[in-house]
Design a protein around this ligand. Structure first.
Ligand code: BT5
Length: 322
């Protein structure tokens, strides 16, 4: 039935502006006209705007602002990532939804919501996810890799988001290791990778990506640290193009990792667009703050630092302040 609804949307989308009769839809999809009518009504409830005019049929109204699966599927150029999209107008957190469903979800499923009421950052911090203004999504994966390598997925996502924003929007975003995409020092995107695993096996892994696309006003708490694409370029941007392109690059980098066992390609992007390489930064972990120079991002996706005492150190996790 979901496939049938996707097919209806695809036909209506392909012939935008045109009325298509219930009879023709029923002929093309080999179901009754009553079934078509029933599914059109369900699609309307899901948020699609579909006009119906007596004796003419159905016509889809362009829904520029939504990330409805039917709007994304036709543009998607991936094999597995995002081939199954679960969409919400509102949810607590897309990462939490994935956790609740766990292994019921299939590899590559993407969960998207127009808003999150309890969007989360790392360490229990909140992530502002206002309705229709950003991309709040989780990519659900079942990779056969050791749990220790799970953090590499954060680097893959960061590389995919950063390079896509550069290509699609044309602004020079940078990656602030490990999980931020920034522009002029302000945060445009945050990534939260979580997993369910045993000592030597990952059950599943969730890559949560939050991107401020068309947000114009931020709450006082984050207005000094946050920005959006629309704020930076002075106009709104089509979220569909961004989502589908990010998923495409994500899949390429992910497949490269799974096939070759290394994230070389990802690291090359993370280094080229790094906000902290060759800079002096503070690494904050709990109560400890250490200063050092970032001299490399290793093939594992870790930071190689030259510390104040002259010793080199590999940093696997933590908060970086520039
Ligand atoms: C992150 O945490 O940057 C990870 C954000 C992940 C969000 C996605 S959205 C889809 C999925 N579902 C979820 O529930 N989460 C993921 P962290 O590095 O801890 O940064 C959090 C900090 O960023 C907060 O303490 C604020 O200071 C700031 N912040 C909160 N909302 C923001 C926003 N919309 N834009 C920029 N900064 C924000």
């Amino acid at each position: 039935v979901i496939i049938l609804r996707n097919d209806i949307i695809e036909i209506l989308n392909n012939r935008k502006g045109e009325f298509i009769s219930g009879e023709e839809l029923s002929y093309l999809l080999k179901v009754s006209r009553t079934a078509i009518w029933k599914h059109i009504n369900i699609l309307r409830k899901e948020g699609y705007e579909i006009e119906s005019v007596h004796k003419k049929g159905y016509r889809i109204v362009e829904n520029y602002n939504s990330l409805l699966p039917g709007e994304l599927i036709g543009r998607l150029q991936t094999q597995t990532i995002g081939r199954n999209i679960i969409y919400f107008e509102s949810i607590d957190s897309t990462n939490d939804y994935c956790k609740q469903k766990g292994n019921d979800l299939s590899h590559g499923t993407v969960v998207i919501s127009e808003e999150q009421l309890l969007g989360r950052g790392r360490l229990g911090r909140a992530w502002a996810s206002p309705k229709g203004e950003g991309i709040w999504m989780s990519i659900f994966l079942k990779p056969h890799i050791p749990p220790l390598e799970g953090t590499k997925l954060t680097q893959i996502a960061a590389a995919a988001v950063c390079s896509t924003i550069r290509n699609v929007v044309g602004i020079d975003t940078l990656i602030k290791w490990p999980n931020d995409i920034v522009f002029n020092g302000k945060k445009l995107c945050g990534i939260l990778t979580e997993m369910s695993a045993e000592l030597n096996e990952i059950h599943y892994l969730i890559v949560g990506v939050g991107i401020n696309v068309n947000t114009l006003y931020f709450s006082e708490e984050i207005s000094d640290v946050a920005t959006s694409i629309a704020v930076e370029i002075g106009k709104t941007v089509d979220r569909k193009t961004l989502v589908t392109n990010i998923l495409k690059v994500f899949e390429e980098l992910y497949e490269d990792f799974i096939i070759k066992g290394s994230i070389k390609k990802t690291i090359a992007i993370c280094k080229e667009f790094s906000a902290i390489l060759n800079k002096k930064v503070n690494i904050i972990r709990g109560n400890s703050i250490k200063e050092g120079l970032v001299i490399d991002i290793t093939e594992e996706g870790n930071l190689l630092m030259l510390m104040e005492n002259g010793e080199k150190e590999v940093i696997q996790s933590g908060e970086v302040s520039v």
